[in-house]
Ligand binder design. Sequence first.
Ligand code: F6P
Length: 321
Amino acid sequence: MSKGLAIMTSGGDSAGMNPAVKCCVEYARKQGYIPYLVYDGLRGLIDDHIVEATRELTSGILHRGGTVLRSSRSKRFFELQYRQQAYDNLQRRGIGQLIVIGGDGSFNALNQFYNDFQVPFAGIPATIDNDIPGTDYCLGVDTALNMIRQSVDSIRDTATSFSRAFVIEVMGRHCGYLAMVSALSSGAEVCIIPELPYDLDSIGARLIEEKKNGRTYVLAIVAEGTRMSEHFTRWLSDSMQMDARLTVLGHVQRGGSPTVHDRIMAYKFSVAAVDSLRSGNTNAIMTFRDGTFGSVPIETVTSSKYRIDSDLLKLCEPLSR
Ligand code: F6P
């Protein structure tokens, strides 16, 4: 077994990456590996931003949001000549295995790297979008949901004071998970996500009825991926005759100190990733499914589409009609 094991973060950062980096390094060292850190994600792999992990580099990082290893989305990694460069960088240091903390785009890139050079990797799912097939949970989701909850609670204060309608746009490139859970947990009146058809006529009829019964304000959570936020805000203003405002929460959702849940999940995913490599798995993605930790082959991630839990979708349905 090659003793060098490199740990990297890649793609959109998320809270929980830092505790995962720390745990991977410390646990890998205990298992006899020499842990290395790759800075700047795939770009750093190509440009040789790789150093041996020291105690100083991974101390005092547990509580920090984002990733101290920094991240990137590299187009160059799609070209064989740059992957060759990355491989040479690893070879020179005797690094024969990788742990990548990120999303499915990063896992695909590392899978291509494996096909070229047979460097096995383990993937730790980390993205606030929570859209990786095979796992119910990705690092950073709980922290993002809590950031959103805090923001929606604050917006409710001003919405009630001014009797206004607020559309709050929540992140999620293609997936409505954050919007759906936020709408349910903050008691929003409306939720629009890509996974559910919406019906403006029936939303309108419902809101008019509620206004008759004393409703003075409206909170609507809209997933970024629907591209409906501005249209829906105008519709509330024109059709509902409400003073309507749009708040796009944006990247604030990606930051912040990881919650206790994300810290503990980071530890468990990290131990699973190191153990997976030790037991000879190649290209496995760590998963948390129905309350149990496990892993799936990368093919499961590449060949399927993430589906939101159908019970949660059912709960959300009345908010889209
Ligand atoms: O990491 C996922 C995500 O935050 C998506 O929700 C969002 O659509 C995208 O990344 C934003 O990407 P960027 O940080 O490159 O603007």
